[in-house]
Design a binder for this molecule. Structure first.
Ligand code: HEM
Length: 217
């Protein structure tokens, strides 16, 4: 049975404009984060390569987002990674983390400049200390789309991220990206992990600022 209401057009009217107060399990991701302790395992012609990396993440609260009756709160994020040896970008990623309070749905969208997008999904409770989302190639809801080159040479079959919120306010992640590298089996586990510490608190979402200034209309 579908949990989607008959009326898919009418948007909720009486909801809190304050994203920071309604992010559920995602509230501990809001703000600006850094770490130079990241570890990447990626595919290279001679075999897996392990590299340490520096990571900088911004997660900014966005205004509440209705999809008809569905109401989402979220963060827009940008991840920038380089290595100690080189200032040039090692990995760049943008997207949204989203939370639907009514159902406990969490989603992460990913766009990376290799020509690849992912929408990963999962469920969580507001006070969970660990959260996970996953996506599978071929799934039209939580799936992975890649450029023809990647489909042929580094086909991405599966993605997941597991996040743990630590007691000291930092958070750790492990990502698993299964790459079917052309001519090689089994699929390669492209793995990344890091623990981020907060370097700046988040600013409230734009709607909250406008309401305070009296300019919202
Ligand atoms: C901390 C995060 C990540 C870092 C540091 C990272 C880094 C790298 C590196 C160094 C390579 C080796 C190829 C090269 O030298 O260009 C690579 C390959 C690749 N990564 Fe990642 N990656 C990360 C996350 C992801 C994610 C989340 C995805 C997709 C869901 C992804 C998809 C790929 C693909 C498809 C390739 C193979 C393409 C190629 O080698 O040209 N990566 N990554």
């Amino acid at each position: 049975m579908s949990s989607i209401p008959e009326d898919v057009f009418t948007e909720p009217e009486d909801f809190s404009p304050d994203t920071l107060a309604n992010l559920g399990p995602l509230r501990r991701l809001a703000g600006e984060w850094e770490s130079d302790k990241g570890v990447d395992i990626s595919p290279k012609a001679p075999g897996p390569e392990q590299r340490g990396f520096r990571e900088h993440i911004r997660m900014e609260p966005i205004d509440p987002q209705p999809n008809g009756p569905q109401l989402l709160y979220g963060l827009r994020y940008h991840i920038h990674i380089n290595t100690e040896e080189e200032a040039i970008t090692f990995h760049d990623q943008v997207g949204y983390w989203l939370w639907e309070p009514a159902t406990g749905l969490i989603m992460q969208s990913i766009a990376i400049p290799r020509g690849q997008v992912v929408l990963a999904g999962g469920t969580a409770k507001p006070d969970d200390k660990t959260i996970s989302v996953e996506a599978k190639r071929g799934d039209t809801r939580f799936g992975i789309c890649s450029t023809p080159f990647l489909e042929e040479a580094f086909r991405t079959d599966y993605y997941r991220i597991d996040i743990t919120f630590n007691d000291d306010g930092s958070w750790s992640y492990v990502t698993r990206t299964d790459l079917a590298v052309r001519g090689k089996t089994p699929a390669f586990n492209h793995r990344d992990t890091n623990t981020l510490r907060r370097v700046a608190a988040p600013a409230p979402n734009p709607m909250v600022g406008l309401l305070k200034s009296g300019k919202f209309g």
